[in-house]
Design a binder for this molecule. Structure first.
Ligand SMILES: [Zn+2]
Ligand SMILES: [Zn+2]
Length: 98
């Protein structure tokens, strides 16, 4: 599927099953290949001890058991994205559920 250059917007999407994200065991965690439900951007997230490594501030948050929080990080520019936003993506958020 093609990447869609949609307007940046913070919004939540339904959980996806971990089994659908090609989980790969890595040296220190599990890596998931994900596709953004909003813009079709593809990227990987790595779960290290139930903490989403690409979100530094998430380390303060208590990780919910059995889920990995994901924020779109497709690496493509989306119109209206706040420059201070650490995630280069469309603003979509969802969770990988095990
Ligand atoms: Zn995108
Ligand atoms: Zn996206």
């Amino acid at each position: 599927m093609e990447h869609k250059p949609i307007q940046f917007e913070v919004r939540s999407f339904d959980d996806v099953s971990a089994a659908d994200c090609s989980p790969q065991q890595t040296v220190d965690g599990i890596e998931y290949a994900v596709m953004c439900p909003a813009c079709n951007g593809r990227f990987t997230v790595e779960e290290v001890g139930s903490i989403y490594r690409k979100a530094p501030f998430a380390k303060q948050a208590k990780p919910a058991s059995g889920v990995v929080n994901v924020v779109c990080e497709c690496g493509e520019e989306h119109t209206g994205r706040p420059p201070a936003d650490p995630f280069v993506g469309c603003g979509a958020a969802w969770r990988i559920r095990k």
